[in-house]
Design a protein around this ligand. Structure first.
Ligand SMILES: [Cu+2]
Length: 137
């Protein structure tokens, strides 16, 4: 949520900046083209968003694949209660509160398969609540 808003603000600032410079030095047709280019660049550079939902006692999807060195946003939600979302090697440790979206930015630096576990006790099946993150080159 925050990132989306931030991007919107950045886009607005970028466009405003391009328009001002454009108006001052180039005809309107070229000005429009460069504003569009700036908007496209902003969209391409924003990280990929992967949605993951939690409920007793599973994460959906139970497996994701991300690229080494490529920033992603994990958009976490819970449909029942608070769950944990933790993986030491991926340097992730957060709680997922129910009824709210938790965005975390991750840039995996090592290839391999990693397990994310719920580390917030949520009931009898808690010990098996996990998902797999595959980091590929
Ligand atoms: Cu749990």
């Amino acid at each position: 949520m925050k990132t989306k808003m931030f991007n919107k603000i950045v886009n607005t600032i970028l466009l405003a900046g391009v328009c001002e410079i454009g108006l001052a030095i180039v005809p309107p047709a070229i000005n429009l083209a460069s504003a569009q280019e700036a908007a496209n660049a902003a969209v391409e550079s924003s990280p990929k968003v992967i949605e993951i939902s939690a409920k007793k006692f599973e994460f959906t999807p139970s497996e994701i694949t991300v690229k080494k060195g490529e920033p992603v946003i994990l958009r976490l939600t819970s449909s029942d209660r608070v769950h944990g979302f933790m993986s030491k090697p991926l340097k992730i440790d957060t709680d997922i509160a129910a009824g709210k979206t938790t965005d975390i930015a991750v840039t995996p630096d090592t290839a391999g398969d990693f397990t994310v576990i719920c580390d917030h006790y949520c009931g009898l099946g808690h010990g098996n609540m996990k998902m797999k993150v595959s980091v590929v080159e």
